[in-house]
Write a protein that binds this ligand. Structure first.
Ligand code: G6P
Length: 628
């Protein structure tokens, strides 16, 4: 998501931080900031927009500080007191989650008296409670971010030991975080701690570095400590002490980075798409956990989904383009099945021109990763003009669609760089599942216990996605077989049909293989004519109630010599003969799309790789389509 850099040592800190941040630009961000210690005083600068804006602002200091090259090292002496020769600093590129992109919301954030400076990646789930508590104690907040609770919390707990105050503060935090903390009371020290958000310490000689991602370090060092969950590191120029959650020292092994810079940007993955596929468990945690209580209750009111507003709607239209539209298709099944409310999924480019019959009683859910897609935006306006309620499911905070909708549910997937959408889709489906559960409770169609049971299953879902990812090797083998064909069919019923549609789009857009999704029962009304010996047909079977029916359709394919790849949990695959079975984790049928889509994405990915395609930038396609 966001990017963190930190430095402590003899070099001027500013150029080191800015060069590190530049290496993290590929991750996507909307604002940037730094704080450095200048002879006991803090110089902080934060700007919305590109890093170049921040650099322009800091130009006089940078000029005085010189470059970040080792030659620019100024070992102690008078330079120590020179304002331009800061020796400790933290920097950040922000991808907005809580609060719009702005100078105020950019990191670092500080406590009331500028004594504790913090940069943060991740989401503090209980920030509302903490903020209220700290405000009651008299703390004054300057931003809308979840992050700002951290410096104030440290301020309230500080008794002279920075690391102890940070350790105590993080015990109060729920959620995911990578934090770097700097204080003018402790010059020459940086404290870093992580929980579900990566942090890497870079080891130098007489200097140490910190980063959320390896590329930021490569200019300076290849020797690193990769911090594990709950670990805290205290960095000074000559030492790095790592402790575990209980405060016990940890003897870290040095991990030497052998990747080159471009591989490092991709976290060691050969393509962004594969990296983003593997980021799904984390992205789902970020999106789901802040909205689910331990017992599985959906907390939707914090997102503005109050009963007074939601209660007025009699039907739902889910409107989007591309992959987001396919998430909408899943949403249709979930909303109708769980909340028993009529729901239609529709392409934004069609919706906007067909004089849609929507009114005050209609909830239009617009879904968009970028929040800028022209057709989706136009559909949103059309819906609002007709008096419908508009809820946006968007990944980019502060995007046009987020600003123009009445209510917004953010997917906290982090920046998605590959053109073919993967983690954004999963997070869209996750949010739609929460919406269906919430609406089901509100409308009384879903008993409280059933809703909580599904909520608890949702909490456990990221681990099932991890399990699905572990099957990548087998999927790659199948992809190798599929890659030699020019036509592939995907079949399924119900939710599996919705996932099949996303599966065919993925395969088509990155491998250029012609692919079609068919409702399994519809096969015999046309597409069966295209099945000849060896035609690959991917069958999805995750819905127990529909298993027998889909298996009959699988038989129809087999009878024509088609080659069937069956993706199903073991409980539903048992007894299937004459097909290749790829086993999915056992999952609640309502949540199955989130698991089943993973091998579909991997199948498309490995088929595209086998065909030598440009996976991250497929021909003729763009990530954000802002024209009709
Ligand atoms: C483009 C992208 C797709 C994406 C679609 C909708 O076509 O290539 O991956 O699904 O736009 O984009 P959005 O940002 O609105 O989700």
């Amino acid at each position: 998501m966001c990017g963190i850099v930190g430095y402590v040592g003899p070099r001027p800190a500013l150029p080191v931080l800015l060069s590190g941040l530049a290496r993290l630009e590929y991750r996507g961000y909307d604002s940037a900031g730094v704080a450095v210690l200048e002879g006991g005083r803090v110089l902080a600068c934060k700007r919305e927009g590109r890093l170049s804006r921040l650099e322009a602002e800091l130009a006089p200091y940078l000029e005085a500080a010189g470059s970040a090259a080792p030659g620019a090292c100024v070992p102690g002496g008078t330079a120590e007191r020179d304002g331009s020769r800061a020796r400790v600093g933290i920097g950040h590129t922000r991808w907005a989650t809580h609060g719009v992109p702005s100078d105020e919301n950019a990191h670092p954030h500080a406590d009331c008296h500028g004594r504790f400076w913090v940069v943060h990646n991740g989401i503090i789930e209980n920030y509302r409670e903490l903020r209220a508590e700290l405000q009651a104690q008299g703390h004054v907040f300057r931003s809308e971010t979840d992050t700002e609770v951290v410096p104030h919390l440290i301020e309230s707990l500080y008794r002279g030991d920075l690391a102890a105050a940070v350790a105590e503060a993080v015990r109060r935090l729920r959620g995911s975080y990578a934090l770097a903390v700097m204080s003018p009371l402790h010059p020459g020290t940086l404290v870093a701690v992580r929980q579900e958000s990566p942090l890497v310490v870079g080891l130098g000689r007489g200097e140490n570095f910190l980063a959320s991602d390896v590329p930021a370090l490569l200019e300076f060092t290849r020797d690193t400590y990769i911090l594990d969950e709950g670990e805290m590191a205290v960095l000074s120029p000559h030492a790095v002490q790592v402790t575990d959650r209980g405060g016990r020292p940890v003897a870290k092994e040095v991990f030497r980075v052998t990747w080159d810079a471009s591989m490092a940007q991709k976290g060691g993955y050969p393509h962004f798409m594969l990296k983003e596929i593997h980021e799904q468990p984390g992205a789902l945690r970020q999106t789901l956990l802040p909205r689910l209580g331990e017992e599985g209750d959906v907390r939707a009111e914090e997102d503005g989904l109050d009963p007074a507003w939601l209660g007025r709607f009699r039907r739902v239209h889910l409107v989007a383009c591309g992959t987001a539209y396919h998430a909408g298709l899943v949403g249709k099944y979930l909303l109708e099945g769980l909340a028993r409310i009529p729901a239609e999924a529709e392409l934004a480019s069609e919706f906007r021109y067909r004089q849609p019959l929507v009114d005050r009683d209609t909830l239009v859910v617009v879904i968009s990763q970028s929040g800028e897609t022209a057709d989706t935006r136009a559909a949103l306006r059309e819906a609002r003009a007709r008096g419908a309620g508009v809820l946006a499911i968007v990944n980019v905070v502060g995007s046009s669609i987020a600003r123009e909708a009445e209510r917004v549910l953010y997917t906290w997937a982090g920046p998605e760089i590959a053109v073919a959408s993967t983690k954004a889709y999963s997070c869209q489906v996750a949010v739609l599942t929460l919406l269906a559960l919430h609406l089901g409770r509100l409308r009384g169609t879903l008993p409280a216990e059933e809703s909580r049971r599904l909520g608890r299953s949702l909490r456990a879902l990221p681990a099932l996605v991890e399990e699905a990812l572990a099957g990548a090797g087998r999927v790659a083998e199948v992809a190798g077989q599929v890659a030699g064909h020019e036509d592939v069919f995907f079949i399924g019923r119900g939710l599996d049909y919705a996932v099949a549609q996303e599966a065919q789009l993925k395969l088509k857009e990155i491998s250029y293989i012609h692919a079609e999704a068919y409702a399994a029962g519809e096969l015999k009304h046309g597409t069966l004519a295209l099945i000849v010996p060896d035609t690959p047909v991917v069958a999805l079977v995750t819905q127990p109630a529909l298993r027998e029916k889909t298996m009959s359709n699988v038989e129809e394919v087999r009878a024509r010599g088609g080659r069937v790849y069956l993706f199903a949990p073991a409980s539903l695959a048992s007894g299937a003969a004459g097909v290749e079975v790829l086993t999915l984790p056992e999952v609640d049928p309502w949540l199955a799309p989130l698991v089943a889509v993973v091998p579909m994405q991997l199948l498309a990915y490995y088929a595209a790789v086998a065909r030598g395609c440009d996976v991250d930038k497929p021909r003729n396609l763009a990530k954000s389509v802002t024209v009709e």
